[in-house]
Design a protein around this ligand. Structure first.
Ligand SMILES: *Cc1c(COP(=O)(O)O)cnc(C)c1O
Length: 399
């Protein structure tokens, strides 16, 4: 008989043996182009704070003001103790930014996915996912009880096969309310590969088969397109996407998740999304800071920051001997395959005071381990040169 801790030690040893053990590294500085880890200062290429807003004076000042006015905590869920003004201001700003009728915010993007997908779909329904969608979408889809199908990453033929299958298995029911529904879910910019989904073509397909579409813009919001509105707006398909999702925790610089869409969708989620209903509202200061982030992203300063970010990407790509970026986003995956290889690469970078995380299973498939390098508007041209030199040594080591 194993005791509880023996069992856990056995499981942890197993993770270590597979090079899959992870641990937290304490950082004693704010997010930025540099991180303080112990007594080492590292050049940071691991953050999703793509525009450098997490430590921006305007967002911090707004958060401080909101703490003064609304306090440190929200007290209860928004349906119980009243819905604080900063959440309404944030949702108005989001709907305006995403040009939808309405928006609803959640404590995290993860909670937004879980609450929304399980509220909308049930065991009579079908969910079709891109193979590379985020863990929160996979978990939500499983939890909904709907039948699941996965299509090969960005593969329109495979998506159409799955839609045809869905059409065939959905026996038409006489009563409209018992009709089963099909939801297609994809990301717009993929979190670990940095590539873009063919959203226009996906929209055409889902319309052809009468399915609904949910698009997670976690890595596009604030970064892609005019005023950073995201890929759906840039491709002018927002109106055909039933559910637009994203996070406030990446380019927008704070924390929280959002859903944007029709007013009826938002009203329904307020009534049915369990992660919204049964969870204390986020800290009001986070909502206020996110509103400031949304305004900043759309301002001239936001435009300038995006221009710097994309200039840095171009510089990195031109400096590397092996070009690895498709330049579709701020995410540059350096795929190394073997888990140990990725860990060693990250360790070798760390010796050179560069921080870029090794991403392994289960975040990516086994054998698809990589360094995931993210650039931000706070990196300088010199930072990029330092990174490019170090990466070239990893790809083509000189003995
Ligand atoms: C980070 C992320 C989420 C989760 O958002 P959080 O606000 O961090 O919970 C959802 N989807 C994708 C694609 C993400 O990268």
């Amino acid at each position: 008989m194993y005791s509880f801790t023996d069992e856990l030690n056995r499981r942890l040893a197993d993770l270590r043996a597979q090079n899959l053990f992870r641990e937290l590294r304490r950082v004693d500085s704010a997010q930025g182009s540099h991180l303080k880890l112990g007594n080492q200062t590292l050049l940071n290429f691991s953050s999703n704070d793509y525009l450098g807003l997490a430590n921006h004076p305007a967002l911090k000042a707004t958060a401080v003001e909101a703490v003064d006015k609304f306090g440190a905590g929200a007290g209860a869920s928004r349906l119980i103790s009243g819905s604080l003004a900063p959440f309404h201001e944030l949702e108005d700003a989001l709907a305006d930014f995403k040009q939808t009728e309405a928006a609803l915010t959640f404590s995290t993007g993860f909670a937004a996915a879980i609450g929304t997908i399980t509220a909308l779909l049930g065991k009579n329904d079908i969910i079709i996912l891109d193979k590379l969608v985020h863990a929160c979408i996979v978990d939500a889809a499983r939890q909904s009880g709907a039948k699941l199908r996965v299509f090969a990453h960005n593969d329109l033929d495979d998506l159409e096969d799955k839609l045809r299958w869905a059409e065939a298995v959905q026996s038409p029911k006489p009563k409209a309310q018992s009709r089963s529904h099909t939801l297609v879910i994809t990301e717009s910019i993929f979190s670990m590969d940095g590539d873009a989904a063919p959203l226009r073509e996906i929209v055409l397909l889902k319309e052809k088969y009468g399915a609904w579409l949910m698009v997670d813009e976690a890595h596009a919001t604030g970064v892609i397109g005019k005023k950073g509105r995201g890929l759906a707006a840039e491709l002018r398909v927002s109106d055909q996407i039933e559910i637009q999702m994203g996070t406030l925790g990446k380019a927008l610089g704070t924390s929280g998740g959002y859903i944007c869409g029709r007013r009826e969708l938002i009203e329904y989620l307020v009534n049915r999304a369990r992660s919204f209903i049964f969870s204390t509202a986020p800290v009001p200061a986070a909502a206020a800071a996110a509103t400031a982030g949304i305004k900043l992203v759309q301002s001239t300063e936001g435009e300038t920051r995006r221009a710097i970010l994309f200039a840095r990407l171009t510089e990195l790509n031109s400096k590397l001997k092996t070009q690895i970026s498709k330049l579709q986003s701020a995410i540059v995956p350096l795929i190394l395959g073997d888990e140990a290889k990725a860990i060693n690469a990250a360790a070798s970078l760390r010796e050179q005071n560069i921080y870029a995380p090794a991403i392994r299973y289960p975040t990516v498939a086994r054998g698809a381990a990589r360094l995931r390098i993210t650039l931000t508007a706070t990196h300088t041209a010199e930072d990029i040169s330092v990174l490019a030199r170090a990466l070239d040594q990893i790809v083509n080591p000189v003995s």
